[in-house]
Design a protein around this ligand. Structure first.
Ligand SMILES: Nc1ncnc2c1ncn2[C@@H]1O[C@H](COP(=O)(O)OP(=O)(O)O)[C@@H](O)[C@H]1O
Ligand SMILES: [Mg+2]
Length: 263
Protein backbone atom coordinates (compact mmCIF):
# COMPACT_ATOMS: atom_id res chain seq x y z
CA UNK A 1 0.00 0.00 0.00
CA UNK A 2 1.05 3.57 -0.58
CA UNK A 3 1.65 5.57 2.54
CA UNK A 4 3.49 8.64 3.69
CA UNK A 5 6.76 7.81 5.39
CA UNK A 6 10.20 9.31 5.91
CA UNK A 7 11.85 9.89 2.53
CA UNK A 8 13.34 6.77 0.99
CA UNK A 9 16.82 7.06 -0.50
CA UNK A 10 16.65 7.90 -4.21
CA UNK A 11 17.01 5.02 -6.59
CA UNK A 12 17.53 5.57 -10.31
CA UNK A 13 16.64 2.79 -12.71
CA UNK A 14 16.85 2.59 -16.52
CA UNK A 15 13.38 2.40 -18.04
CA UNK A 16 14.26 -0.93 -19.67
CA UNK A 17 14.64 -2.51 -16.23
CA UNK A 18 11.26 -1.49 -14.87
CA UNK A 19 9.85 -4.91 -15.73
CA UNK A 20 11.20 -6.46 -12.56
CA UNK A 21 10.13 -6.21 -8.95
CA UNK A 22 9.78 -3.96 -7.08
CA UNK A 23 9.66 -1.44 -9.97
CA UNK A 24 7.04 -3.48 -11.79
CA UNK A 25 4.79 -2.94 -8.78
CA UNK A 26 4.90 0.83 -9.35
CA UNK A 27 4.72 0.72 -13.15
CA UNK A 28 1.53 -1.34 -13.03
CA UNK A 29 0.26 -0.29 -9.62
CA UNK A 30 -1.67 -1.74 -7.85
CA UNK A 31 -1.24 -5.22 -9.32
CA UNK A 32 2.03 -6.32 -10.97
CA UNK A 33 1.45 -7.28 -14.60
CA UNK A 34 4.43 -8.17 -16.76
CA UNK A 35 2.78 -7.86 -20.18
CA UNK A 36 1.35 -4.49 -19.21
CA UNK A 37 4.73 -3.38 -17.84
CA UNK A 38 6.45 -4.16 -21.16
CA UNK A 39 3.91 -2.06 -23.00
CA UNK A 40 4.48 0.78 -20.54
CA UNK A 41 8.25 0.56 -20.88
CA UNK A 42 7.77 1.03 -24.60
CA UNK A 43 5.46 3.99 -23.93
CA UNK A 44 7.92 5.70 -21.57
CA UNK A 45 10.64 5.20 -24.16
CA UNK A 46 8.44 6.83 -26.77
CA UNK A 47 8.04 9.78 -24.42
CA UNK A 48 11.82 10.12 -24.42
CA UNK A 49 12.30 8.90 -20.89
CA UNK A 50 15.48 6.95 -20.23
CA UNK A 51 15.57 6.60 -16.49
CA UNK A 52 13.16 6.80 -13.62
CA UNK A 53 14.18 7.99 -10.19
CA UNK A 54 12.25 6.64 -7.25
CA UNK A 55 12.33 9.08 -4.39
CA UNK A 56 10.02 11.20 -2.33
CA UNK A 57 7.78 11.16 0.65
CA UNK A 58 5.11 8.88 -0.77
CA UNK A 59 6.09 5.25 -0.87
CA UNK A 60 5.12 1.97 -2.41
CA UNK A 61 7.09 -0.61 -0.49
CA UNK A 62 10.66 0.63 -0.27
CA UNK A 63 10.37 2.86 -3.32
CA UNK A 64 9.74 6.57 -3.00
CA UNK A 65 7.39 8.42 -5.34
CA UNK A 66 6.61 12.03 -6.13
CA UNK A 67 2.96 11.38 -5.44
CA UNK A 68 0.00 9.13 -5.88
CA UNK A 69 -3.66 9.73 -6.59
CA UNK A 70 -6.64 7.69 -7.72
CA UNK A 71 -5.69 7.90 -11.40
CA UNK A 72 -1.94 7.85 -11.36
CA UNK A 73 1.36 7.35 -9.63
CA UNK A 74 3.87 10.11 -10.28
CA UNK A 75 7.61 9.56 -10.50
CA UNK A 76 10.58 11.57 -11.69
CA UNK A 77 11.93 10.75 -15.12
CA UNK A 78 15.08 11.75 -16.96
CA UNK A 79 15.45 12.08 -20.71
CA UNK A 80 18.49 11.15 -22.77
CA UNK A 81 19.42 14.83 -22.71
CA UNK A 82 19.40 14.75 -18.91
CA UNK A 83 16.22 16.76 -18.50
CA UNK A 84 14.12 15.91 -15.47
CA UNK A 85 10.35 15.62 -15.78
CA UNK A 86 7.43 14.28 -13.82
CA UNK A 87 5.79 11.18 -15.25
CA UNK A 88 2.23 10.36 -14.32
CA UNK A 89 1.66 6.66 -14.87
CA UNK A 90 -1.95 5.53 -15.11
CA UNK A 91 -2.98 3.15 -12.36
CA UNK A 92 -4.25 -0.10 -13.81
CA UNK A 93 -7.36 0.30 -11.62
CA UNK A 94 -8.00 3.92 -12.67
CA UNK A 95 -11.54 4.78 -13.64
CA UNK A 96 -10.33 5.91 -17.06
CA UNK A 97 -8.72 4.00 -19.85
CA UNK A 98 -6.25 6.54 -21.12
CA UNK A 99 -4.25 9.66 -20.33
CA UNK A 100 -5.31 11.26 -23.61
CA UNK A 101 -8.11 13.45 -22.28
CA UNK A 102 -6.10 14.67 -19.29
CA UNK A 103 -3.27 15.52 -21.67
CA UNK A 104 -5.60 17.42 -23.98
CA UNK A 105 -7.12 19.44 -21.14
CA UNK A 106 -3.74 20.13 -19.55
CA UNK A 107 -2.44 21.43 -22.87
CA UNK A 108 -5.49 23.65 -23.16
CA UNK A 109 -4.65 25.19 -19.77
CA UNK A 110 -0.97 25.40 -20.75
CA UNK A 111 -1.95 27.60 -23.69
CA UNK A 112 -2.90 30.30 -21.21
CA UNK A 113 0.21 29.56 -19.12
CA UNK A 114 -1.60 27.52 -16.50
CA UNK A 115 -0.84 24.07 -15.16
CA UNK A 116 2.40 22.12 -15.10
CA UNK A 117 3.45 22.20 -18.77
CA UNK A 118 2.66 18.82 -20.32
CA UNK A 119 5.25 17.47 -22.75
CA UNK A 120 3.68 14.34 -24.13
CA UNK A 121 1.34 11.47 -23.43
CA UNK A 122 0.64 7.91 -24.42
CA UNK A 123 -2.26 5.73 -23.38
CA UNK A 124 -0.81 5.05 -19.93
CA UNK A 125 1.65 7.85 -19.20
CA UNK A 126 1.99 11.60 -19.37
CA UNK A 127 5.21 13.56 -18.99
CA UNK A 128 5.22 17.10 -17.71
CA UNK A 129 7.35 19.63 -15.94
CA UNK A 130 8.52 18.42 -12.57
CA UNK A 131 7.49 20.97 -9.96
CA UNK A 132 9.76 21.18 -7.00
CA UNK A 133 7.68 22.95 -4.45
CA UNK A 134 5.39 22.76 -1.46
CA UNK A 135 1.69 22.39 -0.88
CA UNK A 136 -0.26 25.61 -0.55
CA UNK A 137 -1.01 24.97 3.10
CA UNK A 138 2.64 24.44 3.92
CA UNK A 139 3.50 27.66 2.12
CA UNK A 140 0.94 29.53 4.18
CA UNK A 141 2.06 27.88 7.42
CA UNK A 142 5.73 28.58 6.73
CA UNK A 143 5.14 32.23 5.87
CA UNK A 144 6.03 34.31 8.88
CA UNK A 145 7.58 37.60 9.84
CA UNK A 146 7.81 40.75 7.80
CA UNK A 147 5.95 40.78 4.51
CA UNK A 148 3.87 37.71 5.29
CA UNK A 149 0.55 39.32 4.47
CA UNK A 150 1.84 40.70 1.18
CA UNK A 151 3.25 37.32 0.16
CA UNK A 152 0.13 35.36 1.04
CA UNK A 153 -2.09 37.96 -0.63
CA UNK A 154 0.05 37.87 -3.75
CA UNK A 155 -0.04 34.08 -3.87
CA UNK A 156 -3.84 34.06 -3.52
CA UNK A 157 -4.10 36.76 -6.17
CA UNK A 158 -1.87 34.86 -8.62
CA UNK A 159 -3.80 31.67 -8.09
CA UNK A 160 -7.17 33.35 -8.45
CA UNK A 161 -6.02 35.09 -11.63
CA UNK A 162 -5.22 31.64 -13.01
CA UNK A 163 -8.70 30.53 -11.99
CA UNK A 164 -10.19 33.59 -13.66
CA UNK A 165 -8.36 32.77 -16.89
CA UNK A 166 -9.66 29.22 -16.82
CA UNK A 167 -13.18 30.53 -16.18
CA UNK A 168 -12.80 32.76 -19.23
CA UNK A 169 -11.69 29.95 -21.54
CA UNK A 170 -14.51 27.73 -20.23
CA UNK A 171 -12.31 25.10 -18.62
CA UNK A 172 -13.43 23.90 -15.20
CA UNK A 173 -10.61 22.22 -13.26
CA UNK A 174 -13.10 20.26 -11.21
CA UNK A 175 -11.03 19.56 -8.11
CA UNK A 176 -10.15 22.95 -6.72
CA UNK A 177 -12.32 22.32 -3.69
CA UNK A 178 -9.22 20.53 -2.48
CA UNK A 179 -6.53 23.01 -3.39
CA UNK A 180 -4.14 21.32 -1.01
CA UNK A 181 -3.75 18.45 -3.44
CA UNK A 182 -3.98 20.43 -6.64
CA UNK A 183 -1.61 23.33 -6.29
CA UNK A 184 2.16 23.19 -5.91
CA UNK A 185 3.91 26.39 -4.90
CA UNK A 186 7.34 26.62 -6.49
CA UNK A 187 9.24 29.56 -5.06
CA UNK A 188 6.49 32.18 -4.96
CA UNK A 189 4.53 30.82 -7.90
CA UNK A 190 1.46 28.61 -7.65
CA UNK A 191 1.05 25.86 -10.23
CA UNK A 192 -2.15 23.92 -10.70
CA UNK A 193 -1.81 20.22 -11.32
CA UNK A 194 -4.05 17.31 -12.18
CA UNK A 195 -6.55 18.19 -14.88
CA UNK A 196 -7.92 14.65 -14.89
CA UNK A 197 -11.35 15.81 -13.67
CA UNK A 198 -11.36 18.96 -15.81
CA UNK A 199 -14.14 19.62 -18.29
CA UNK A 200 -15.20 22.07 -20.95
CA UNK A 201 -18.78 20.92 -20.63
CA UNK A 202 -19.63 22.42 -17.23
CA UNK A 203 -20.06 26.01 -16.19
CA UNK A 204 -16.58 26.81 -14.85
CA UNK A 205 -16.40 27.45 -11.14
CA UNK A 206 -12.68 27.82 -10.68
CA UNK A 207 -12.68 31.24 -9.02
CA UNK A 208 -15.54 30.55 -6.64
CA UNK A 209 -14.28 27.10 -5.68
CA UNK A 210 -10.70 28.19 -5.07
CA UNK A 211 -11.85 31.29 -3.18
CA UNK A 212 -14.06 29.15 -0.99
CA UNK A 213 -11.03 27.09 -0.09
CA UNK A 214 -8.70 30.03 0.41
CA UNK A 215 -10.97 32.24 2.47
CA UNK A 216 -14.08 30.48 3.67
CA UNK A 217 -14.08 26.82 4.54
CA UNK A 218 -10.90 24.75 4.59
CA UNK A 219 -8.10 23.76 6.89
CA UNK A 220 -6.14 26.77 5.60
CA UNK A 221 -8.79 29.46 5.39
CA UNK A 222 -8.86 30.68 8.98
CA UNK A 223 -5.11 31.14 8.96
CA UNK A 224 -5.24 32.95 5.62
CA UNK A 225 -7.98 35.25 6.91
CA UNK A 226 -5.97 35.98 10.02
CA UNK A 227 -2.78 36.70 8.06
CA UNK A 228 -4.68 39.04 5.74
CA UNK A 229 -6.66 40.65 8.59
CA UNK A 230 -9.98 39.64 7.05
CA UNK A 231 -12.53 40.04 9.80
CA UNK A 232 -15.27 37.74 8.52
CA UNK A 233 -16.41 35.90 5.45
CA UNK A 234 -19.57 37.96 4.77
CA UNK A 235 -18.15 40.44 2.30
CA UNK A 236 -16.25 37.73 0.43
CA UNK A 237 -19.31 35.54 0.12
CA UNK A 238 -21.41 38.41 -1.22
CA UNK A 239 -18.71 39.27 -3.77
CA UNK A 240 -18.41 35.64 -4.85
CA UNK A 241 -22.15 35.31 -5.26
CA UNK A 242 -22.11 38.33 -7.50
CA UNK A 243 -19.20 36.96 -9.50
CA UNK A 244 -21.00 33.66 -9.85
CA UNK A 245 -24.00 35.55 -11.19
CA UNK A 246 -22.33 37.52 -13.99
CA UNK A 247 -18.66 36.41 -14.16
CA UNK A 248 -17.81 39.96 -15.20
CA UNK A 249 -14.44 41.69 -14.90
CA UNK A 250 -16.08 44.19 -12.62
CA UNK A 251 -17.35 41.51 -10.24
CA UNK A 252 -13.97 39.82 -10.28
CA UNK A 253 -12.13 43.03 -9.45
CA UNK A 254 -14.61 43.80 -6.70
CA UNK A 255 -14.02 40.36 -5.24
CA UNK A 256 -10.24 40.92 -5.31
CA UNK A 257 -10.84 44.03 -3.23
CA UNK A 258 -12.36 41.93 -0.43
CA UNK A 259 -8.96 40.51 0.41
CA UNK A 260 -7.04 43.71 -0.06
CA UNK A 261 -5.94 43.55 -3.70
CA UNK A 262 -5.88 47.08 -5.06
CA UNK A 263 -6.42 47.30 -8.79
N1 LIG B 1 4.16 17.93 -12.29
C1 LIG B 1 4.31 17.53 -11.04
N2 LIG B 1 5.40 17.88 -10.31
C2 LIG B 1 5.54 17.46 -9.03
N3 LIG B 1 4.64 16.70 -8.38
C3 LIG B 1 3.53 16.31 -9.02
C4 LIG B 1 3.30 16.70 -10.38
N4 LIG B 1 2.11 16.17 -10.78
C5 LIG B 1 1.63 15.48 -9.71
N5 LIG B 1 2.47 15.55 -8.65
C6 LIG B 1 2.28 14.90 -7.34
O1 LIG B 1 1.65 13.65 -7.53
C7 LIG B 1 0.39 13.59 -6.83
C8 LIG B 1 -0.62 12.81 -7.67
O2 LIG B 1 -0.80 13.44 -8.92
P1 LIG B 1 -2.25 13.75 -9.48
O3 LIG B 1 -2.09 14.35 -10.84
O4 LIG B 1 -3.03 14.54 -8.48
O5 LIG B 1 -2.85 12.28 -9.60
P2 LIG B 1 -4.38 11.80 -9.58
O6 LIG B 1 -5.01 12.26 -10.88
O7 LIG B 1 -4.28 10.33 -9.50
O8 LIG B 1 -5.03 12.45 -8.39
C9 LIG B 1 0.03 15.04 -6.59
O9 LIG B 1 -0.76 15.18 -5.44
C10 LIG B 1 1.38 15.70 -6.43
O10 LIG B 1 1.85 15.54 -5.10
MG1 LIG C 1 -5.20 14.32 -7.87
Amino acid sequence: MAKAAPPAPDETVPVSRLDRMPYLGVLTYPSPDLAEARSRIEQLTRLGIREVTFGGRTRIGRLGLVGIGTVGVVVRGTTAAGEVCAVKIRRTDANRGSMAEEFRLTRLANRVMIGAPAYGATKDAMSMRYLKGVELEDYVKAASGRGTAARVRRLAHLLLNQCRKLDLIGLDHGELSNLRKHVIVEGETPWMIDFESASQRRAPRNVTTAAQYLFVGSSASSRIRRVLSIGGTGEIIVALRRYKGDASDESYVRFLGTFGVKT
